[in-house]
Design a protein around this ligand. Structure first.
Ligand code: SF4
Length: 115
């Protein structure tokens, strides 16, 4: 994709296509997030960490685990199971980070390209 064809993110709004939740890669948690997510799930934090997270390869953070198809463990047919406390990494997409080929994977970006 050339610079000229790049999509301007200032109008971005999530259309809940869930493409980012299916992308490979870590969903890293900030130190305070396990407590908030465990509370949302009505679980003890140690139980949440044991059940739904793993240590990243660089041993710097915990990451959410994936379902067998590679999508996030919290992705359901109705959307994100932890929507109200979803990690900052998810909230910051795509303004602070985005995966390569974002423009051809994200539902909003695809719709923009076909306008
Ligand atoms: S936590 Fe929710 S928003 Fe974040 S990747 Fe998982 S399903 Fe998607």
């Amino acid at each position: 994709m050339t610079e000229k064809n790049k999509i301007d993110l200032k109008d971005f709004h999530c259309i809940r296509c869930q493409a980012c939740c299916r992308e490979k890669g870590y969903v890293r948690l900030h130190p305070e997030e396990p407590d908030a997510i465990a509370k949302c799930l009505k679980m003890e934090v140690h139980e949440f960490i044991k059940t739904y997270t793993r240590l990243t390869r660089d041993r710097q953070t915990l990451s959410l685990i994936e379902q067998p198809d590679g999508s996030c463990i919290f992705l359901t047919t109705e959307g994100c199971r932890i929507q109200s406390t979803k990690p900052l990494q998810c909230r910051n997409f795509p303004h602070k980070w985005k995966f390569s080929e974002f423009e051809i994977i994200c539902g909003w970006a695809k719709a923009r390209r076909h306008k």
